[in-house]
Design a protein around this ligand. Sequence first.
Ligand SMILES: [Zn+2]
Ligand SMILES: [Zn+2]
Length: 144
Amino acid sequence: MTTTDREVEKRLREKDIRYTTGRRAVVAILAGLGGPRSAAELHGEVGASVPLSSLYRSLTVLEEAGVVEPHFGAKGITRYELAEWLKGHHHHLICIDCGSVEDIELPKKFEKQVHSLVDQVGSIASFKPINHALEIEGLCRSCV
Ligand SMILES: [Zn+2]
Ligand SMILES: [Zn+2]
């Protein structure tokens, strides 16, 4: 059992939600990915053993429990990933050609600069930033 599994199990137990085999499979797949994926893409990874309808239900339950977070992309596609408290703070690289979304974790030095920029932006608008996520749009490796 991985640390992620233990943390998810604890969170679900607190909420009286069973950590079923199907939910475990979804968490395991999400934990191994480098970015958010749509339900259809995830279905391709879990295989036919988990019907799409039950995959959707698992995602809904895990999202309500705060284990999974949705990422709302262009063209109305919702992609899912593990929440930051499980996965760590990161940003997104979004390909405007193929639509792929990849995670990027910044080196401490850059993250500090982003933090300070976000604070400055907040102060212009009398807004107190608590968290942030950069979405960088461009062309991915395969689409350049
Ligand atoms: Zn691309
Ligand atoms: Zn992400």
